[in-house]
Ligand binder design. Structure first.
Ligand SMILES: Cc1cc2nc3c(=O)[nH]c(=O)nc-3n(C[C@H](O)[C@H](O)[C@H](O)COP(=O)(O)O)c2cc1C
Length: 165
C-alpha cells in the first residue's frame, strides 16, 4: 500500500504516517512517500493520497501524481484526503471539500473509493508574515483519521466498508 502525501509544513505527512500505522496494524505493508517522489504506483496494491489545501487549491504535487499516473490509478483502489479547514464547522469543511472536488474533476478517470477532509494545522511559527499573525490551531480529529484508515484496511481485506466516507 502506498500512502502518498503532499505537504508544505508537515501536518499532512503526520496524518499520512498515522494512516500508514493503522494499515500496518491490520497487516498491510504501507510506505509513506512524498507525492512528488512517487514514480511507480503500479508496484502497490492500493494508493492513499493526501494533500494540504492552500488558498483554495489542493497541493499541486497531489494533483500532479493523479495526472501523471492517471491510467494506472484508474484501475487501482484509490483513497483520497484533503487537509485542512481551521475548524470542523460544516461550512469550512464544505469549502475545503470544494477545493478537493475541483482538483479531482481534472482527473475524472481516477475515481476514489473514499474521500475525506481532515481538519488542518496552523503553526504561526512556521509561517511568514502576514500568515505568521494567524492564531495557532490544530483541527485534526485523530479518531476520525484512524477510523477512515481502518475502513480502508477493511475494504481492501474484503470486509464490509464500515465507516468509510
Ligand atoms: C496561507 C494559508 C492558506 C490556507 N488556505 C487554506 C484553504 O484554502 N483551505 C483549507 O482547507 N485550508 C487552508 N489552509 C490550511 C492548511 O491546509 C493547513 O494549515 C494544513 O494543515 C497545512 O498542511 P501542511 O502542514 O501539510 O502543509 C491554509 C493555510 C495557510 C497557512
Amino acid at each position: 500500500m502506498l500512502v502518498a502525501c503532499a505537504t508544505k509544513k508537515g501536518s499532512t505527512r503526520e496524518v499520512a504516517e498515522t494512516i500508514a500505522d493503522v494499515l500496518r496494524g491490520q497487516g498491510s505493508d504501507a510506505d509513506v512517500v512524498e507525492a512528488g517522489a512517487v514514480d511507480a504506483p503500479d508496484s502497490y496494491d492500493a494508493v492513499v493520497l493526501g494533500g494540504a489545501i492552500y488558498m483554495g487549491r489542493w497541493h499541486r504535487d497531489a494533483l500532479r501524481l493523479l495526472e501523471r499516473h492517471r491510467k494506472t490509478l484508474a484501475g487501482m483502489p484509490v483513497f483520497v484526503f484533503g487537509m485542512g479547514p481551521r475548524t470542523l464547522a460544516e461550512d469550512e469543511v464544505a469549502g475545503s471539500r470544494l477545493a478537493l472536488d475541483i482538483a479531482l474533476a481534472k482527473v475524472p478517470e481516477v475515481e476514489p473509493l473514499s474521500l475525506a477532509i481532515f481538519g488542518g494545522v496552523v503553526d504561526p511559527a512556521k509561517l511568514r508574515f502576514p500568515f505568521s499573525r494567524m492564531p495557532a490551531s490544530d483541527a485534526r480529529d485523530w479518531h476520525a483519521i484512524r477510523d477512515w484508515a481502518d475502513a480502508i484496511g477493511s475494504r481492501l481485506a474484503g470486509a464490509p466498508a464500515g465507516a468509510a466516507r
